[in-house]
Structure formats: C-alpha cells, structure tokens
Design a protein around this ligand. Sequence first.
Ligand SMILES: Cc1cc2nc3c(=O)[nH]c(=O)nc-3n(C[C@H](O)[C@H](O)[C@H](O)COP(=O)(O)OP(=O)(O)OC[C@H]3O[C@@H](n4cnc5c(N)ncnc54)[C@H](O)[C@@H]3O)c2cc1C
Length: 486
Amino acid sequence: MYCYPPHPVRGHPCDNISGNYGTWQANAIQREVVVVGGGAAGLSAARTLIRNGVKNIALLEAQDYLGGRVKTHRQDGILTEDGAEWIHGGSANRLYGLARRMGVLSPRVPDSSYAWSAKTETGRNADPAGYDAAETLYEICERNSVLSQYSDFGYGKCYADKFSGEYRRNRGRRSERAAWLHFLEMWVNKDTGLDDWRDQSARDADHFTDWGLDQWDQWRAGYDALVAHLKKDIPAGTISMSSPVCKIFWDQGDKGQVLVVTQSGVSYLADHALITASVGHLKERQDSLFEPALPRAYRDALAVTELGLADKVQLGWRSSWWGEPHYNLNIIFTNDIQGEKSWLKGIMEFLTIHNQSNMLQAFVPGEYARKMEALPEETVKRHLLSFLADVTGKSIPEPSFFRRTQWQKNVWMRGSYNSYVTVEGGNTIMRSRQPLAQAVEKNGKPVLLWAGEHTHTTRYGTVDGAMDTGEREAYKIIDYMDATFG
Ligand SMILES: Cc1cc2nc3c(=O)[nH]c(=O)nc-3n(C[C@H](O)[C@H](O)[C@H](O)COP(=O)(O)OP(=O)(O)OC[C@H]3O[C@@H](n4cnc5c(N)ncnc54)[C@H](O)[C@@H]3O)c2cc1C
C-alpha cells in the first residue's frame, strides 16, 4: 500500500509565502466568496455563483493555466491531452450534450475499427484467449451486482479470484497465465490509477456510476473547449492565475470570516472559501494550509482517501510505421524486466491517438508511473523506442514528437486519477464519500466548502463529476445567502 507523502515535501512554493498575519489581515481584499482552484470544479462553482447574482468573488488558481486536470497540449499542428481525454458514457454524460450543442463532438471510432494485435515483450504472438478472459472479467467485475459481493475487500479481489477459472475456460496457454493476469491488473490500474488493484475499497468502487462507452466520445479540437466554455461567463477580473493559496485562516474573529492568503501575500477576507484542490494536494499540504487544523472528522476522511496515478507517454511520427489508421497493440510480459526499464511493465497497450493516425499513446499506472517520472525525458523516450522495436520486431524511426506527463511531480496535484477510498476507510468512516463534502460551519454558516472530483459520491474521477461538485457547493452558498439575507 502506497503512503503519502510521495515525495519529500522540501521546497514547496508555499514555503516562501511573503508577509505575516498582521499585514495579511490589514490589507485583505473583501470578497463574498473565494474559490480555490480553477479546474472543472472551481470554474463551474464560480460560473454558478455569478449566474445566480453572487458577483463579488475571487477565483485563485495556483498554476499559469485554467483547467487543472483538463489540459490540452498543442505543438506543431499536433494536439494531445495531458489530462482528461474522453467523455465517458455517451449521451448519459452531460458533456456529451454540451459538446454536441457546441458543434465539437468528435465522431466515434468503434473498437472494431482498430487493427488489433497482442504480443509478448519479445515480439512473439500472444495467445488471444488471454485477452478474451481479461475482457470478459472486466465486464463481469464492473457489474454492481458482482462488485457488491466484494464490498468489504479490495476492488481487485473479484478479478484475482475469477481470473484462473476464466482463463482455463478460454483454454489459455498455461505458460502465459501469469502474464495475462498481470495484463489484466495493468488494465484495471490504468483505468483507476491504483498501485495495487486491492488498494481501493470495492464498496467505494461500487458507488461509481458507470455508463459504459468509455473511450469513444471526444472533443474535436481539444478538451479545453470546455474550459473556454466555463470561463466565458466569469468576468476576467475575478480570476487570478499563478496565485497559489498558501494559508487559510478559517476560525478567526467572531464574524465567521475566512482569511485566504496567496504565495505573494495578497489576502482576501471572505464569508466563504470553496476549496477545489485535488485530494493529493490537500493530503500533503493540509497541516500548513489550514489554520487552525481542520476538524478531526475531515482529517480522518482525508486520511483514508488517496489520489491514484496514471501518466501518459505519447510518441508521434511524420507518418505511421504500422500502416493502419487505428492501431491497438496489446503487450504481455512473460519475463520480468529488471533495473531502469522496469517501469515498462506498467504498459499494457499502445493506442493511436484519436484523429491522429501517426501518434501512439500508452498509459503508465501507479508505481510504474512514479519510476517513469523519476527518469530523464530522453531516457524514457529511448526505453519506449527499444521496447516498441522488441515487441513489433520492426526498426522504429526516430519520432518527431515525444511527450510524457508527470502528474505526481506536480505539487498542485500529487497524482492524476482516480481518487479512491482505502479498504479500511470503506469499511469504517467512509462507507460513502459524503464526509469529504461536509462543509465546515461557524455559527451555522458554511465557511469552508469542498468541491472537486474526489467529493462526488458517484462520479468521482471524472470531469462531469467535478463540475457537478462545483455547482453543488455554489448552491449551498446561494441557499445560505437566500436563507440569511432573503
Ligand atoms: C491523465 C488523466 C486522464 C483523465 N481522463 C479523463 C477522461 O478521459 N474523462 C474524464 O471525465 N476525466 C478524466 N480525468 C479526470 C478529470 O480530469 C478530473 O477528475 C477533473 O478534471 C478534476 O477536476 P477538479 O476541478 O476536481 O480538479 P483539478 O482539475 O485538479 O483542479 C484543481 C485546481 O486547483 C488548483 N490548485 C491546487 N492547489 C491549489 C492552491 N493551493 N491554490 C490555488 N489553486 C490550487 C490546481 O492547480 C488545479 O487547477 C483524467 C485525469 C487525468 C489526470
């Protein structure tokens, strides 16, 4: 089980906060609401407040762009997504209708259009029966009726328990059994960001509402079209970028106001602070961020919630060397990989990037991603090229594009997806995620409110879920104002 903090907490930007309490309080700018974080949740919250007449607000974003884990990258005519990529669930997802209305919903590429192959790490053809077993189990273990039987255990137990039987039923090669089991775990971990598929509470996983159709619908010209859409109703003066919030005094004075201080010493006195930072950031920084410490119940909830990690590696060539517009190369490991290259064992497939037939992408989950993040960029690229050469038996040309993400290294994230509740947490205080959304009140007034994907009870780990939570908390403030001031 992986424990925080993932990196030494030395040298955090907030260690250099300028000013002191006296100057912060004396010079504070008055706002009704301060929103911390400009990802999907923060932008949705600010937009909802403004549309409902709460205009005296500030949105403070630590980084130099808006969107957080929605981050589109453009370079030399190539478009890649560092973060969110798909609108999961077809028309059940609110983003599907939005993208369609905006005229930017990309046509689907069905699974059947992909040139599919499965290879061992040394380039032999792998037994497709193993893939069939993995695919069947993925479908079975995702069913709520099945997952609910594992509530007290780790999410991966269903897969681990059922794999051997399913593999035998498919008459898979005995020599590849362990390799296909590893493949299945990497598949699950790629989608969950887990280090070990037993880490997440199956009860927590069971709460997730899965509409299927996971990797089909996309934004034609980048997911950041959503960021532009959410931003357009928010007056420019409301948003401050490159403004990390380093201190939140939430229990000072009898007016029940919150003093929010940024790294550069700009301070805000507000009636409500709505915090949307990732659970990775909150876990790492809560001790220095909040003054006084958060109430016990909230700290307990954070202690049993984690942020998983899945990174992307992306390679592009002027023309494809595989020759198919849609390519899906699955890989199993029949031997261990030792040393610096061991992170490659986290990869279970390469896929062409949507609408770019000369680009390949792979996900790297959990501990493998942390190893990859620690290596120099050029080394990661070299590893990938020699790996692809071994697996395909081809000579791989020098790529014209290479990019990898480092979500764990990002001090404002400390992970990517999914947020998850540990098995212990799921069996005790976090039988649902409600505690993470519980506002901290002073004299009946919600002074600290919590949004962000991790606070959603059923759609955590998604963009649509994050938006829901921002709106949910904005309405808590609006309802409070309506009840108090009429
Ligand atoms: C690689 C990857 C792939 C994904 N794929 C998909 C997908 O295909 N479909 C999907 O629906 N979802 C996907 N997700 C998940 C989705 O992107 C997130 O669930 C969602 O964007 C989270 O939004 P949020 O507003 O809750 O948090 P964030 O996007 O993390 O926003 C929080 C913001 O707060 C800022 N912040 C943090 N600390 C501070 C501070 N102290 N002061 C000021 N600002 C601060 C951060 O910089 C950030 O901008 C993916 C995520 C990743 C990383």
